[in-house]
Structure formats: C-alpha cells, structure tokens
Ligand binder design. Structure first.
Ligand code: G4P
Length: 288
C-alpha cells in the first residue's frame, strides 16, 4: 500500500517554508537519527536552496551509536554541519548555537570587519511530523512554547523565541512530509511510531520489524524472545510469520484453540521495540 498525502499539503508546506526563509539566517533540519533518509523530505535541497543548514540527528538516545557516527560522517562529507541531539533530555542541545555560528562564520566576520555589531542569528526549525521539533524548541527556549495562533489576544505577527544567547528561533517550525512513494519508507517510519498504526497494517509493520531485527540485531532478538535459531531464509515470508507466532506464544497472545493472535503479538513486539526493550537500533546505515 502506498500512503498518499493530499497533493496540496506539500505545496502549502513548501510555500510556508519559502516565505519564512526570507526572515532567517539558517535552517535547522531535524532528522530522526534512527532513519535519517526516510525521515528526510526528498525536496529539501530544492526548497532550502543555498540557505545555510545545520542537520540535527535527533533521538540519538534511541539510535545505534555506531550508525549515528557513520551518518554524521556521511552528512559532513556532503558539506553539511551535522550534530547529534537528544531533545528529550537536552543532551547536545547547548552546542547548537556554536554549530550555527560555525555555519554563519563568514557572514558574521564580514559584519565585524565592517564595524557592525552582529545581530542575533535567526533560525527556522524544519522536519517531518513527530521528529521532535516542538520538544527541541521548548528545550532551547527553556520553557513550554504554545503555537502563536493558540494564544488568544496575541498578534499573529512573527514571533521570535529567545534561547538565552545570540540565537533566536522562529516560533512555528516548518513541517515537511517524508517521501511516501517508496513503501519501505512508510514501514520504517511506522516501526519507530512516527506513522500511526491505523494507516498501515500493524501485522505488516511487525513483519518488517522482525525481519530487520533478525538481519541486524539477531543476537538480541533471539535472547529476548527465546528463539534458538533464526530462519535460514529471511526472504521467505512463511519463516517470518513462524517467528511472529513464536513471539506471540512467548508473550501469551493466544486466542481460543491455542492459536496465536498475530495482531496482538505484533502490537506487543512493536511496543517493546519502541520502549527500548531490544536496545538502541538504527533502521538505516549509509550506503546500505
Ligand atoms: P514534532 O513537534 O516534530 O511533531 O515532535 P514532538 O516534539 O512532538 O516529539 C514527538 C515525540 O518524540 C514526543 O513523544 C517526544 O517526547 C519524543 N521525542 C522528541 N525528541 C526526542 C529525543 O531526542 N529522544 C526521545 N527518546 N524522544 C524524543 P510522545 O511520546 O509523542 O510525547 P510525550 O509523551 O513525550 O509528550
């Protein structure tokens, strides 16, 4: 199944971001460290053009540390400044202004050379839904920020959020949509919980999660679910379903007659994976 956003959705989001680009010096692009490519809008280069950009790998607390290192190297090799963050605890957040200053160094130096007093650096945070934009904004502001439109009596003009230093943020983040033409992008996002299970079938999401875990984190997977031997052929769907049944039996997801309730087994597995019970994981690695 291919998920389709309304075609108008992306056009509107794109226009909103393009309008905001005029107001800011730098874009902070948030990606999910566990799946940087699938959580990236494929039109981002086209939308941002040559606006300086800081790439943040958020939720790095949940990602495989080795994979995150490789992703940072990958983005840096592409000429970007890239930085890992855990917005939920604030780890890596206080370095963000320095990273932005690094990006704007030439501009700031030019202003100083002309005898000007550089004004605050202004940034727009962009990213797909659920990647952690609000969490990061609140963390940088040091308080809970409500969207401007939600507060009665507040003028709708542009509001700047102060972060305690020489960096200011636009109060509303730019929302971009991931690329859904590739159905595996949808499944990877769903495995992390970024797409609700009503949109994709929960058993299908668990199917891909099991396959991925067996491929990349086989030992942890075997240990958690007491599976002695992984299937030989991970491309054989029957073998994956057999493993799903074993998980269901292990977790007591049974219906009358002792059959395994595959939907319940799927929900249980996904819940445990997202809650970190199988450890930190990354669904994508550069060049894979
Ligand atoms: P958005 O504005 O981009 O849509 O994302 P938002 O900040 O609402 O974050 C989406 C979910 O991701 C939230 O969890 C948030 O707590 C979590 N999150 C954000 N950054 C990080 C991070 O770096 N690490 C981890 N582990 N989680 C992060 P939620 O369950 O939807 O809400 P809540 O129960 O935390 O309030």
């Amino acid at each position: 199944m291919t998920i389709q956003w309304f075609p108008g959705h992306m056009t509107k989001a794109r226009r909103q971001i393009e309008d905001k680009l005029k107001l800011i010096d730098v874009v902070i692009e948030l990606l999910d460290a566990r799946l940087p490519l699938s959580s990236r809008n494929p039109m981002i280069d086209d939308i941002l053009k040559d606006k300086p950009r800081l790439i943040i790998l958020n939720k790095s607390d949940l990602a495989d540390a080795e994979a995150t290192k490789k992703w940072l190297a990958y983005f840096r090799a592409e000429g970007h400044v890239a930085h890992p963050v855990d917005a939920s605890t604030g780890s890596g957040v206080k370095e963000i202004p320095d990273q932005v200053r690094l990006l704007l160094k030439e501009k700031i130096d030019r202003q100083i050379a002309k005898g000007m007093n550089p004004r605050a650096m202004r940034a727009l945070i962009v990213g797909i839904p659920n990647v952690g934009k609000s969490t990061l904004i609140n963390r940088m502001a040091g308080k809970n920020i409500a969207a401007t439109g939600d507060r009665p009596g507040v003028t709708k003009g542009q509001q700047w959020i102060k972060t305690g230093g020489d960096l200011e943020l636009l109060d509303t983040p730019g929302i971009l949509w991931p690329k859904f033409e590739d159905q595996m992008v949808g499944y990877r996002l769903a495995i992390t919980g970024a797409i609700r299970e009503e949109i994709l079938n929960v058993e299908d999401i668990a199917f891909y999660a099991i396959k991925f875990l067996m491929q990349d984190y086989g030992d942890r997977f075997k240990e958690r679910y007491g599976i002695e031997k992984l299937p030989e052929d991970l491309d054989n769907p029957d073998e994956i379903v057999t493993v799903m049944e074993a998980i269901g039996r292990k977790r007591g997801c049974l219906v009358s007659g002792g059959r395994v309730d595959l939907e319940k087994a799927s929900r249980t597995l996904l819940h445990e994976l997202r809650a970190g019970k199988l450890g930190r994981f990354s669904l994508e690695a550069p060049g894979k």
